[in-house]
Every structure is written in C-alpha cells, then in structure tokens.
Design a protein around this ligand. Structure first.
Ligand code: HH2
Length: 280
C-alpha cells in the first residue's frame, strides 16, 4: 500500500476506532513471535501484511524486552532493524522504532521512521530525547519499573496508577521542555513491565486518570502474560481472545493507539464495537 501523504503520527479522528500499531519484531527471542520474522525479508513481508490488514503504524523492534531478557549489542540491533525500517518507510507506512538506544533511534529516524517508541520513556539513554527532539519525531513514552532482566521479581507500588501517572507526567514535561509539542507525545502505562496481574488491572481501569493533557494514550497488552495468568495459563499463541477483550476495554476507556500483534482480528473487533456504539 502506498500513501503519498502519510497521516500525522498521532492524527486522530474523533469517534473513529483507535489507531492500530502493528508489532514487527525483528528478533530471535521475542516472547510471542521470536524467530518468526528475524530475517529482514520476513520482517518486511510481515510489516506489509500488517499494513494491508489495517495497521496505521508499524512498530519495528530489534531487541526483546520480555521479562528476563538480556540486552543486545547496538551493532546487532542496527543490523536487525535498519533494512526493515528503510523498506517499510519507503513504502509510505508510518514507522515507529522500538528502541532504548539513541544510536539506533538516530539511524532509524534517518532511515524514515517518524516515531520513537522507548520502553524507558527516553530515560535509558540520555541522548535519546535530544535526538528525537532535533529530528522532529513523535515519541511514545512508556513506564517500566526496573529493567527487563529483573522487572518481574516482586514489583511493588503504593498506588500504581498515581505513581505511573506521575512518572509519565514528568516525562511529558521533559519532552515539552526539549521542544517536542504535546500533539507529538504519547504516553503508555507499560502493561507487564514491572507489574503484577493486579497492577496491570489497576492501570487498565485507571486509563482515564493517566491521561496527560494534549497527549495521546497507547495501550500495549497484546498476548501478554497476565492474559494467560487470568485465564487457564494459555501460552502466547492462545491469548488472542483475551487480547481482544483488553483492546475493547481500552478503546472504550479512550485509548488512542493499541499496540497489537493481531491487526486484522483487532480491527474487526473494533469495527463491530464502533458500529454498536454508533447504532446505540
Ligand atoms: N511492549 C513490548 C515491547 N514494546 N512498547 C510500548 N510502547 N508498549 C508496550 O506495551 C510494549 C512496547 C513487548 O512486546 P513485544 O514487542 O511483542 O515483545 P518483546 O519485547 O519480547 O520483543
């Protein structure tokens, strides 16, 4: 699909379904699709398929951040993601780069990515925020407690919604101070990143309280562990129904972007939900 005029990264039409961010993991070890799209050609084909299915944004990542994962070297991350970013951006798709590293961010933005998606909310690498600001990129700021290696070893909060909200609000202010307008900032509570099942549920119920004035809100719950833990321990390949349930909840709660692996299925669920609301 070629678009001459790509939509603004977070360009919403009120009353429309949320935007869909399709996940393209160019990794051997991601928690749900590791190894499936590790070769550039397979990842590019997967990204094109997700766009055909209705993804508004393609999120390309070259490092797994699943619980217990080890960081990859920057050269390896670059080798994985750059050809994929280049090809999908050249098609005219809106591409986001899922990275914690300023070097990878800089190269991906030069290769055509328009959104910096950082699970450390641009804290992990002090150069990432200036790189994003200078390039005029849009940013997704995600909350994580700890780091992927250890984040699921007994995460604790006093009031998880208040603490995650305060962290994200502070990161929004840091971005605004660096020159990134609010319309180009999206916050994300980081479902599953240093959170128990109860923390995830509290955040999903507290989405309205997390909202930052003038910024978009993203929810990424697709296939995550809490879905298996709340049902019958299903593995990642059998968590689509639970993922759809969370997607509809998040849409009803006003999420602007849903980060999902199953674009066609999520889109269908959202379209029926929207038709019901419009008819009611
Ligand atoms: N979740 C994952 C990775 N990146 N980015 C944002 N903004 N929000 C998320 O919830 C989020 C994210 C983890 O999912 P996945 O990419 O499928 O797995 P892995 O980290 O194992 O590659």
């Amino acid at each position: 699909m070629n678009r001459t005029e790509p939509p603004a990264p977070f360009g919403f039409v009120p009353g429309r379904r949320p935007l869909l961010m399709g996940v393209v993991n160019v990794t051997p070890d991601s928690f749900s699709d590791g190894g499936l799209f590790a070769a550039a050609a397979a990842a590019i084909a997967h990204g094109r398929r997700l766009a055909e299915e209705g993804a508004d944004i393609l999120d390309i990542g070259g490092e797994s951040t699943r619980p217990g994962s080890e960081p990859v070297r920057e050269a390896e991350e670059l080798r994985r993601v750059l050809p994929v970013v280049e090809a999908l951006a050249a098609d005219g798709h809106v591409v986001s780069i899922d990275t914690r590293r300023a070097g990878v961010l800089r190269a991906a933005l030069s290769a055509g990515a328009r959104i910096a998606n950082d699970v450390t909310a641009l804290v992990g690498d002090p150069e990432s925020l200036p790189v994003a600001a200078e390039a005029g990129a849009a940013v997704v700021l995600m909350h994580m407690q700890g780091d992927p290696r250890t984040m699921q070893n007994d995460p604790r909060y006093g009031d998880v919604v208040a603490e995650v909200g305060a962290f994200l609000a502070a990161r929004v202010e840091a971005c605004v101070a660096a020159g990134i307008p609010r319309a180009r900032i999206c916050i994300d509570p980081g479902i599953g990143f240093g959170k128990t099942v109860e923390h995830n549920l509290a955040l999903l119920l507290g989405l309205a309280a997390l909202r930052a004035e003038g910024c978009a809100l993203l929810v990424g719950a697709s296939r995550k562990g809490f879905i298996g833990r709340l049902s019958r321990g299903e593995d990642t390949s059998r968590r689509l129904p639970g993922s759809l349930a969370v997607a509809l909840h998040a849409a009803a709660a006003g999420a602007d972007i849903l980060r999902v692996h199953d674009v066609a299925e999520t889109r269908q669920a959202l379209e029926i939900w929207r038709a019901l609301r419009a008819a009611g």
